[in-house]
Write a protein that binds this ligand. Structure first.
Ligand code: ADP
Ligand code: MG
Length: 253
């Protein structure tokens, strides 16, 4: 078995006046899709945001116990270069958030931020990332149009292109399909199944059917605790814990 790419060990996490995670330990394997599932408010987004230190943006929010390592590196280390971490660990949000710029400029954003100016390098990266996000054929003749001219599902794939343009190791996705119709959702799910060949993906979903379709492993959270993490089919067909069983029967949240 490959060694885990992300390791969370005995993590407690607090927002000011509120503990959101309790003694959470999980291993995430490279090039797998891991789904974080559970009722609203159980801590799924908090876990996800621990992996790229996005929780730093909430004043007073912090890990108060335990450790988080990515590829062996302690990402809670105060000396860690957070900008570099976020290049290695890309993130896609629930509501697609392209910049009010051209499709090309959105896809080229991360490389330009790194100081890349050479047109041929940018052109190559834009094409590679738009192909990687299964958007190229739909936009290759309109790269200079504003990103807002795209449909919701296309905008979300553009956000995925923007993330993968800088060649991260990990992609975090927080309910990336919840604002999309079923056809756009199916396209993103198909894309996730493609991307897992090259990337390690952690996805928050409130949709059990989606977890079943795309995730290798599923992790069920309840009230800030990790109840069970198993291969997805096992979790849904032979849950180890009574709490998980109640959730998959639709008796929770
Ligand atoms: N910025 C915040 N400040 C204070 N509490 C928060 C903040 N974000 C989330 N919480 C609380 O932490 C808990 C877990 O939230 P979250 O991780 O967003 O859950 P989920 O993504 O599973 O819906 C919830 O009780 C939520 O109210
Ligand atoms: Mg959430």
């Amino acid at each position: 078995m490959p060694s885990p790419l992300i390791t969370m060990q005995n993590v407690d996490f607090h927002y000011p006046g509120k503990q959101a995670l309790f003694d959470v330990s999980m291993d995430i394997l490279p090039r797998e899709v891991t789904a974080l599932i559970g009722p609203s408010g159980c801590g799924k987004s908090t876990v996800l945001r621990c992996f790229n230190r996005m929780n730093d943006l909430v004043p007073g929010a912090k890990v108060t116990k335990g450790s988080i390592h990515i590829a062996g590196q302690d990402i809670e280390d105060p000396k860690l270069d957070v900008i570099n971490l976020r290049r290695r660990v890309g993130m896609v949000f629930q509501k697609s958030n392209p910049f009010p710029q051209s499709i090309y400029d959105n896809a080229a954003y991360g490389l330009r931020l790194q100081g890349e100016k050479r047109k041929e390098v940018l052109d190559e990266a834009v094409e590679r990332s738009l192909k990687g996000s299964a958007l190229w054929d739909e936009v290759k003749d309109r790269l200079r149009e504003n990103a807002f001219s795209l449909s919701g599902g296309q905008q979300q794939r553009l956000c995925i292109a923007r993330s993968i343009a800088v060649q991260p190791e990990i992609l975090l996705m927080d309910e990336p399909c919840s604002a999309l119709d079923p056809i756009a959702t199916a396209k993103i799910e198909e894309l996730i199944c493609q991307l897992t060949k090259d990337y390690t993906i952690v996805i928050v979903t409130h949709n059990m059917e989606q977890a079943k379709r795309i995730a290798d492993k599923s992790a069920y959270f309840l009230l800030g605790k990790l109840i069970e993490m198993s291969p997805t089919m096992d979790l849904f067909t032979q849950p180890k814990r009574r709490e998980t069983e109640r959730y998959i029967r639709g008796e929770v949240g």
